[in-house]
Design a protein around this ligand. Structure first.
Ligand code: PMT
Length: 409
């Protein structure tokens, strides 16, 4: 996990209760600490039977609290509860949920939960029957009514060996929910941002297609950076193997034509469109209904036609409706990076274009890093050094934020 501005320096409180899923909480604490958050952990007595406080101390670099209270016992819960920006209880047992629902405060964690004035996330973990029990359901409803966010549980195999709904959601998904909670009210709050990612697939027959090497990483990183700033994000993506971005409305498409339809629809009320997708420029002139046979001839002639230019279609829609307010394109170039990017920014009527040299081994398609130059509508170029795709995403979102503000949009 690379440092993330949304988590850097944030004071997070992680409550761990007695479930086998407690080991996943150590992974979560580690990821949060690596991302730059200050993570204070409180373990209930039963949690310490599953995992040692020392595990959390080792991954967070901070003291992990238990019910073995010291001299500061009378104030510690108030201090922890009041200074935290978010309280996450993961895993949360049926017992812990019941105590919270009824305002019980007979251990450090439940005391702190009562003292806390920050948003609370709860990730239940228990056997399926316990989760479905009307008492647990009523307790969860009570928490939700009090604005506690309940995440999961997920379905799958549980410690009892039974299948059902009761597994704590995975740490990466929890991380997404934590970012979402921290980003609420951020500088892009109330803004609708549409992001495209990945490559399109243009079918030749039922088993073959033309595509490219886009992994979707750059687009997904932009969607995450926009969510971190509080935006409402629609992520329109071609086929890829990335985990979903928690909080984004996901629209999965295959071809350029499908992506065009989804983009134009989502842009009808959008403040910004960021086209990081590598959309195919050409598609087979016709798609065979049956698998094309190898046959006896030595070759196969493939005729291609142009696909729809999505950004040009967006420019036309914008002329008619004014939406999206901002349009950001990407330019994937192997030569004359800035000249080609300038040409595209004017031709496609963009607010900005992010140019990347995709012939470099450490930039462009698939890798985790990128080196980009951001070219504005007037042709002004600012070159950024090699950075992670997450950092590029931060820079792009910063520019969008500044543009929306400076133009009074
Ligand atoms: O997904 P990754 O592996 O992380 O790789 C990231 C990336 C290299 C794909 C990304 O950084 C990138 O450069 N995306 C744009 C790729 C591209 O199609 O560039 P282009 O120069 O061919 O197109 C210019 C712009 O027009 C792009 O914003 C593109 O989305 C858009 N376009 C292209 C073709 C088309 N038919 N319609 C379009 O709207």
């Amino acid at each position: 996990m690379t440092p993330a501005p949304i988590l850097r320096g944030k004071r997070l409180l992680l409550g761990v209760t007695g479930s086998i899923a407690a080991y996943k909480a150590a992974d979560l604490a580690s990821k949060l600490a690596q991302a730059g958050a200050h993570v204070d952990v409180i373990l209930t007595e039963s949690a310490t039977k599953f995992i040692a406080p020392l595990t959390f101390q080792s991954v967070t670099g901070r003291k992990a609290h238990t019910d073995l209270w010291g001299d500061d016992a009378h104030v510690i819960h108030v201090g922890l509860g009041e200074s935290a920006e978010l309280l996450v209880i993961a895993p949360a047992t049926a017992d812990a949920i019941a105590k919270m629902a009824h305002g019980l405060a007979n251990d450090l964690l439940t005391l702190t939960a009562l003292a806390a004035r920050c948003p609370i996330l709860v990730a239940p973990a228990m056997d399926g029957g316990m989760f479905e029990h009307s008492a647990t359901q009523a307790n969860l409803r009570t928490l939700i009514e009090r604005d506690v966010t309940v995440i999961g549980p997920a379905e799958g195999r549980m410690a009892s060996g039974l299948m059902g709904k009761g597994r704590m959601v995975e740490p990466n998904e929890l991380l997404g929910h934590i970012r979402l909670a921290l980003g609420r009210g951020g500088p892009l709050a109330g803004r609708r941002v549409v992001v495209t990612a990945g490559g399109t697939q243009e079918a030749l027959d039922p088993v073959r297609f033309i595509s490219n090497h886009s992994s979707g990483k750059q687009g997904y990183a932009i969607a995450q950076a926009a969510l971190d700033r509080g935006a409402e994000v629609t992520l329109i993506a071609g086929p890829n193997s990335l985990p979903p971005v928690v909080g984004a409305v996901a629209v999965n498409v295959r071809s350029a034509a499908e992506m065009a339809e989804a983009v134009l629809k989502a842009c009808a009320d959008a403040d910004a469109l960021i086209m990081a997708a590598a959309v195919a420029d050409f598609k087979p002139e016709s798609e065979s209904e049956q698998k094309i046979k190898r046959g006896a001839s030595n070759g196969y002639d493939l005729r291609l036609t142009k696909t729809v230019d999505i950004l040009m279609a967006v420019a036309e829609q914008k002329e008619r409706t004014g939406k999206p307010t901002l349009t950001v394109g990407f330019a994937a170039e192997t030569q004359s990076l800035i000249e080609n990017a300038r040409e595209k920014v004017f031709k496609k009527k963009l607010s900005l274009i992010v140019a990347n040299d995709v012939s470099a081994a450490d930039a462009g398609f698939f890798v985790d890093t990128n080196r980009v130059t951001i070219v504005d509508a007037g042709g002004g170029a600012s070159e950024l050094p090699l950075m992670s795709k997450a950092e590029v995403a931060e820079s792009v979102c910063e520019r969008i934020e500044r543009l929306l503000k400076s133009k009074g949009w």
